[in-house]
Design a protein around this ligand. Sequence first.
Ligand code: SF4
Ligand code: SF4
Ligand code: SF4
Length: 348
Amino acid sequence: MSQRSSWKSSTGLTEEVGEMPEKKLRLAICRGATCSGCDIAVLDIHERLLSVLEKADIVFAPTIMDAKYEDLEAMEDNSIDVGLYHGSVRLSENEHMAELMRKKCRLLIAFGACACFGGIFGLANVSDREEIFREVYKKTASTENPDFVTPEEVYRDKKGHELTLPRFYDDVYALDDKVDVDYYVPLCPPVADQIMTALNAIISGDLPPKGAVIALEKTLCSECPRKKSERRKIDKIHRPHEVELDPDTCFLDQGLICMGPATRAGCGGICLTANVPCRGCNGPTKEAFDQGGNMLGLISTIFGICEEDLTEADVEKIFKQIKDPLGTFYRFTLPKSMLRRVRKGDSR
Ligand code: SF4
Ligand code: SF4
Ligand code: SF4
């Protein structure tokens, strides 16, 4: 079997790790702006972690071992075989880590929706630093801060001691906005089978072309067993708690937004199985490109509006029915979408 064809079969979500490499791989897991769910996802491969550890040593992983930045800085460039970076880039500290990982790792993987697309934190791109600080350090009910004291990048106490803090950027970025990325493993967080597919490919050396997304190259709808009508037509969009949901019928046919048509398969439809519509954390397929824009086009056709003639009034008609359009269509991908951010002064 050729290297390439064996990779194709492994996108069917391989369970086992590959052949033992001649020498153990050196693996690093590093944090950006993260909730650390992606760290836990690695531990969630359960007993398969033992077989991974037979083939790879974890040399840097601040969440699960005592590891300091200096430890990583002291390592030789390109001395780590694979680096998993999870979280988005929000602070100068995250950018520094991204650059460091790029220098030290031969392969750098954007691990999880935040690293791949900016993720759920990317929704903060409707705002900017000043507005966020005002909200957090002044307006919240539990905050008493009449002088509006906010974190400063450099603080000197009376004795002249200097304390530095990372810079808080106006925007949230995906990892590849800052450094070159070799592979992408999306989902929020990646599921065990998807992680094993990636690790298996790395350990066996049977890698796809640089830049590949380690997920399936088809939409979630294509493997969803729910009954779908031939010609969808709805006139009202509902929220999940407003209707009794039929577990066997397509959510869109029931008037609920499900991001399945614009989302990659590969998660095993975990939300759908729990009778919850897909929110799109596996990101867009290559064809969908802009996940939110693609869904908006689809929703407009379901409303009987011709996609090509989509006017601002049509968009408004659809948006009015959706409680949180940006959070619905771009929940995980705003920083990598065509919109990228909402400009200050735009209506929200
Ligand atoms: S992808 Fe999800 S689980 Fe991973 S860091 Fe982002 S929010 Fe957390
Ligand atoms: S829209 Fe959602 S529920 Fe309908 S077929 Fe696609 S994934 Fe399944
Ligand atoms: S069903 Fe959608 S939201 Fe749920 S895990 Fe899969 S891709 Fe993510």
